[in-house]
Write a protein that binds this ligand. Structure first.
Ligand code: HEC
Ligand code: HEC
Length: 186
C-alpha cells in the first residue's frame, strides 16, 4: 500500500509536468514551423514559393512568377537552380537568391505548412502517414542534417532567422515526443 501511494504521488505530477513541458515545447516548435524562413518553402499544391518577411510586405509570393510545378524544382518552367546555386554560400548579398549545399526546391505537398494553424501542423507532424513517412526520429534526424533548416536559422543578408537554433529545435522535438506528442485539441 505504502509503495503504491508513493508511486502514485510520484507518477502523476511527473506525467502532468511532462505534458505541460510537451505543450510548451510544441509552442516553440510551431514558432519555428510557422516562421517565413520555413513557410516560404513549405507551401501547398499551388507550388508558389513565398517572399514573406523579405521587405515586400505581407503575403508576398515569389517574384518573376516562379512556380515549382509537380517536380517541386521548377523543371516544367524555370528550374530553381537557374538562380539558387546548389553549393554552400554565406548568402551575404541582400536580395540575392539564397544558396545552400543542396538542390534548392520545395518540399512535397504533404509538408505544406504555410497558412496552417498550430493544431493543423501539430496533427500533421506527429502522423507519419500524413507526413511523407517522417516519424519523430526521422524529423530529428532531418532538422539536424538539412541544409534548408540551417539556412532558416541563419539566413544571412539581414533576413530574420527562425527563432532558436537547430539544436534547440531538435531538443524541443524530443521533449514533445517524450510527452506523447500533445496537440492543443487533444
Ligand atoms: C528551400 C526550401 C526549404 C526551406 C527554406 C525549408 N525547408 Fe524544410 N524541407 C524542404 C524539403 C525539400 C523537404 C523534403 C525533404 C528533403 O527533400 O530533404 C523538407 C522537409 C522538412 C521536414 C521533414 C518533413 C516533415 O515535415 O515531416 C522538416 C521537419 C522541415 N523540412 C523543417 C523545416 C524548418 C524547421 C525550416 C525552417 C527553419 C525549413 N524546413 C525550411 C525544403 C525547405
Ligand atoms: C529568376 C531567378 C529565380 C528563380 C528561377 C527562382 N528564384 Fe527563388 N529567389 C530568387 C531571389 C532573387 C530571391 C531573394 C529575394 C529577396 O531576398 O529579396 C529568392 C528567394 C526565394 C525564397 C525565399 C527565401 C527566404 O528566406 O524566405 C524562396 C522560398 C525561393 N526563392 C524559392 C524558390 C524555388 C522553390 C524556386 C524554383 C521553383 C525558385 N525560388 C526559383 C530568385 C529566383
Amino acid at each position: 500500500m505504502r509503495d503504491w501511494a508513493f508511486i502514485l504521488a510520484l507518477t502523476f505530477p511527473v506525467a502532468a509536468q511532462a505534458q505541460e513541458g510537451g505543450a510548451a515545447a510544441w509552442d516553440r516548435i510551431y514558432a519555428v514551423a510557422s516562421h517565413p524562413r520555413c513557410t516560404n518553402c513549405h507551401v501547398g499544391e499551388e507550388g508558389r514559393p513565398a517572399w514573406d518577411d523579405l521587405g515586400y510586405g505581407p503575403e508576398r509570393l515569389h517574384g518573376m512568377n516562379v512556380v515549382a510545378g509537380e517536380s517541386r524544382i521548377g523543371a516544367e518552367s524555370i528550374p530553381c537552380r537557374a538562380c539558387h546555386m546548389s553549393a554552400a554560400g554565406d548568402n551575404a548579398v541582400p536580395h540575392a537568391a539564397p544558396q545552400v549545399d543542396d538542390a534548392w526546391r520545395l518540399p512535397p505537398v504533404e509538408l505544406a505548412w504555410r497558412g496552417r494553424s498550430s493544431v493543423e501542423i501539430c496533427t500533421l507532424l506527429r502522423d507519419p502517414e500524413a507526413n511523407d513517412g517522417f516519424d519523430i526520429a526521422a524529423l530529428v534526424e532531418h532538422v539536424t542534417t538539412s541544409a534548408f533548416v540551417s539556412y532558416g536559422f541563419e539566413p544571412g543578408a539581414g533576413r530574420t532567422g527562425a527563432p532558436g537554433s537547430v539544436t534547440s529545435l531538435a531538443r524541443d522535438l524530443k521533449i514533445w515526443a517524450e510527452a506523447g506528442t500533445p496537440c492543443a485539441d487533444d
